[in-house]
Design a protein around this ligand. Structure first.
Ligand code: ATP
Length: 361
């Protein structure tokens, strides 16, 4: 079982600026007092009583910690330490300072497929390691694919956020309806058993977006997006894929497959000719094809705008909830500190909220 240190994190680390916010707390830069080294502190609010709806269950945090402890790989964020106080668990993680991969690419004027492949390959290597340990991430999306630093010419991919990840025991069936609509596989929507192949669908979606700047199943509403996924309704629009190689499309086609048993595994992806060319023609085609950078920049700008919008909406919900808490005399006192439970209050459909409500059978 994971060991959570009872010491006060502030005795050992200076707490600095906010790096990001999640549904259950903040991630802040922290500096180790003895060495001056920077780390990322993920502060997670813990449910104070079994009947409270607020915060995360301790078991859910234990799961995230145990998974991170099992995953020591250059392309996966490293967990250094864990502290626990009465209401919070703090994960001390490797500080990933290069920002999101998508933001890095969006700053470029062009990107050859051969360059994009160097990043995809690293994502696949992280996944191959994870999957060989019977662990699935279940929340692969651009926000969770970061770069080690901003200065090196070849930054290293770091996969983050193992809050929805799951460690399969032999022969076990696991179902969950958590995830982000654009990136989830049909089996998530159908509440069918999940597997490491569920991550491979998300890799197909991410690669499609990276090459074209279009999201393959995106509808006007979440319901429409989910319907498009179930109907496998997507195409390679000539206008957006004019600079894409046939091999890249083949790579995507072999991931966006309804039957999870027929999808390429991470291991197979690493052997696909788009990633590992066998002939000279295959190698050359990757240097002649490029991503649709204009369209990609637009996609990324829209994505960032939506993220800021959601953050403001979450803050507004928090303010109104606090006002409600103050004016309600019958309110459970625990609920006055309910900032971690205001997420996606009016998002639809309810079963696909980005939250940790999973079930195993
Ligand atoms: P969500 O509710 O979206 O799943 P979460 O509470 O699980 O979020 P993370 O996704 O792990 O939290 O982190 C939230 C944000 O904090 C990330 O999007 C990223 O910007 C930043 N972040 C997380 N881990 C690190 C890290 N190791 N180094 C630098 N920044 C990080």
């Amino acid at each position: 079982m994971a060991v959570f240190k009872p010491e006060n994190v502030e005795d050992l680390y200076e707490i600095e600026e906010v790096l990001g916010s999640g549904h259950f707390g903040q991630v802040r830069k922290v500096r180790e007092k003895t060495s001056g080294t920077c780390w990322a502190g993920k502060f997670l609010k813990i449910r104070k009583s079994a009947c409270s709806r607020l915060g995360l269950e301790r078991s859910s945090v234990e799961r995230e910690v145990e998974i991170l402890q099992a995953l020591k790989h250059p392309n996966i964020v490293n967990l250094k330490d864990v502290f626990e106080s009465r209401s919070e668990v703090v994960l001390i993680l490797e500080f990933v300072s290069g920002g999101e991969l998508f933001d890095f690419i969006a700053q470029k004027e062009n990107l050859l497929e051969s360059e994009a492949i160097q990043f995809i390959k690293q994502i696949l290597e992280g996944l191959r390691f994870m999957h060989s340990n019977n662990i699935a991430h279940f929340d692969l999306k651009p926000e969770n694919i970061m770069l080690s630093d901003k200065v090196s010419p070849r930054p290293i991919i770091k996969l983050i956020d193992f809050g929805l990840a799951y460690h399969f025991s032999p022969g076990e069936e696991y179902r969950s309806t958590s995830g982000t609509p654009q990136y989830i596989a049909p089996e998530v929507i159908n509440c069918e058993p999940l597997s490491t192949a569920t991550d491979m669908w998300s890799i197909g979606v991410i690669t499609y977006i990276l090459l074209s700047g279009l999201s393959p199943f995106q509808g006007d509403t979440d319901e429409e997006t989910l319907k498009n996924i179930l109907a496998l309704k997507y195409e390679f629009d000539k206008h957006y894929f004019s600079t894409t190689s046939a091999m890249a499309k083949d790579f995507i086609l072999k991931l966006l497959v309804n039957n999870s048993n027929e999808r390429m595994t991470a291991e197979e992806c690493l052997l696909h000719p788009w990633i590992k060319p066998i002939t000279r023609t295959q190698a050359v085609s990757r240097h002649r094809s490029s991503i649709n950078i204009r369209s990609f920049k637009k996609f990324n700008a829209k994505r960032k705008w939506k993220m800021s919008y959601n953050m403001v909406r979450m803050c507004n919900q928090l303010v109104s909830l606090r006002l409600h808490c103050k004016s309600s005399s019958k309110q459970d006192p625990l609920e006055r500190e309910c900032e971690s439970d205001v997420e996606d209050a009016d998002s639809k459909p309810a079963s696909l909220l980005r939250r940790r409500l999973s079930s195993s059978s």
